[in-house]
Design a protein around this ligand. Structure first.
Ligand SMILES: *Cc1c(COP(=O)(O)O)cnc(C)c1O
Length: 227
């Protein structure tokens, strides 16, 4: 893990690189609340958490006046109820049953939950997300749910070693995003394309990403402990 000086420098550097072209989401899995709050003092205003249990554990210690919180990880349907009133957006809506449960819980709380549809842009068997062939119909379905607001798309492209190797996938995502934005004249204003992580956020921005999710380039290598 990085120390505070490194975290402050990384945030400043990444913000300068982005130069207002995309919003910076700090991916804070495994990062303790004290460091999250420090990042919030350094100009971060959006954090993303991956696991429901970890989010719940850290939630009361996070300085939420300063932070928007997005849920960016795989989400079990039976855990939606724990986060529905705690997050400002869910990036990882990847199946009808999950959308239906978010609809049900949002209705119960009298809110409209902003969501992104997750695309399995590499058509990988092991990855979650809706296939590019089915994403159009899936987005139409999301738009039909009154307590969801489809704000855009998110993807995690296949792991790739060489630089620029994901540009092909980022470009495909951009095309799908534009196509769906044009189709959804009535209920949506699709303004979020959530693409790019520590190794490739600048490539993603070049390809049209509007929100990059950056973890280790800010906070350093993650240390996992299982509690
Ligand atoms: C952890 C995570 C990130 C950030 O990954 P880094 O490579 O550390 O920047 C982005 N998106 C999701 C969904 C993640 O789980």
């Amino acid at each position: 893990m990085n120390d505070k000086i490194q975290v402050a420098e990384s945030i400043a550097r990444i913000k300068a690189e982005l130069d207002g072209r995309a919003r910076l989401l700090a991916a804070t899995k495994t990062v303790p609340p004290e460091m999250i709050n420090f990042a919030l003092e350094q100009g971060i205003d959006l954090i993303g958490e991956n696991r429901v249990n970890e989010l719940l554990k850290k939630y009361d210690s996070i300085n939420r006046d300063k932070a928007e919180i997005h849920f960016i990880g795989a989400l079990q349907t039976n855990k939606v109820k724990y986060i529905i009133d705690k997050v400002d957006m869910i990036h990882s809506v990847d199946r009808v049953s999950l959308a239906d449960e978010i609809e049900r819980q949002a209705a119960k709380h009298g809110i409209i939950m902003p969501v992104l549809a997750e695309v399995n842009i590499g058509n990988e068997i092991t990855k979650s997300g809706v296939s590019p062939a089915e994403i159009y119909e899936f987005c139409r379905y999301l738009n039909s749910l009154p307590h969801l607001k489809l704000r855009g798309l998110m993807a995690i492209p296949p792991k790739c070693e060489e630089k620029g190797g994901n540009n092909e996938y980022f470009c495909k995502m951009r095309k799908i995003f534009v196509d769906i934005s044009y189709q959804n004249v009535d209920n949506s204003n699709m303004d979020v394309l959530s693409l790019g992580m520590s190794d490739d956020y600048l490539d993603a921005v070049e390809c049209g990403s509007t929100m990059v999710r950056v973890g280790s380039s800010i906070f350093g290598k993650r240390i996992y402990n299982n509690n």
